[in-house]
Ligand binder design. Structure first.
Ligand SMILES: [Zn+2]
Length: 232
């Protein structure tokens, strides 16, 4: 697990150079955003130790296994940490893959949604807080994906709404080096595109995606990604 500091509050934890989790510094310790693939708990705990602060809360952007794979192991290791999951995607973590009648009937690719044992201590709705992070609705990649905006410095942790492997991409676009999120993983592309537009309008100062590098001053790269993205 490679740890890289970005600005005052953010530490990127990269597994195999593609799959990200993040530690966010708070006055009371650390918020872990996403848990990466299964087998990542040891590396994440070591990175938190290096920061010299306890993990106080674990926040999940969406219910895909490369973001929740180490949730159970981390919950076992830090059982007092809050577990914060979006209200909608919490259902997937509990093993319910059904879509509601009012929702777009997009693709729920089973192998990406792994049931976990850990239950949220609190479910999040858009506008709720996880420490300094504000939960932002970011549906499309999954029905209930959340992004997290650090209101202290404008860093946006966007889950898989955008990817940053090589360039920056909207997750509706099948990128050669990482095609699976768009081809199989993304639930509903028109919703994902709308989300990408809304996140751009937040004008983040830094973009921290689920896969790839962290991008400072990401506005132009997000604009280019939106221009290139298929809308359906
Ligand atoms: Zn995903």
């Amino acid at each position: 697990m490679k740890a890289t500091r970005h600005g005052e509050h953010l530490v990127q934890l990269s597994r195999l150079g593609v799959s990200n989790a993040y530690l966010v510094r708070e006055d009371d310790g650390l918020t872990l955003v996403d848990t990466s693939l299964t087998g990542s708990a040891k590396g994440i705990l070591a990175a938190a130790r290096d920061q010299g602060a306890p993990i106080r809360r674990i926040a999940i952007t969406h219910a895909h296994a490369d973001h929740t794979g180490s949730l159970d192991a981390l919950h076992d290791a830090v059982p007092d940490a809050e577990v914060l999951v979006g209200e909608r995607d919490a259902r997937f973590l509990a093993g319910d893959r059904s879509l509601d009648p009012g929702e777009p009937q997009g693709r729920i690719f089973g192998p990406f949604y792994e049931r976990v044992r850990t239950r949220p201590t609190r479910t999040l709705r858009p506008g709720d807080r996880a420490g300094s992070l504000e939960a932002i609705a970011a549906p499309g990649h999954t029905p209930g994906q959340l992004a997290f905006l650090d209101n202290r410095d404008g860093t946006l942790l966007c889950g898989d709404a955008y990817l940053a492997l090589g360039g920056v991409f909207v997750t509706t676009q099948p990128v050669a080096r990482f095609p699976f999120p768009a081809l199989l993983g993304t639930w509903h592309k028109p919703t994902a595109h709308e989300t990408a537009l809304r996140l751009r309008a937040l004008d983040p100062t830094r973009l921290a995606t689920g896969h790839g590098r962290v991008v400072d001053a990401p506005g132009p790269a997000m604009d280019a990604a939106l221009a290139a993205a298929p809308r359906s």
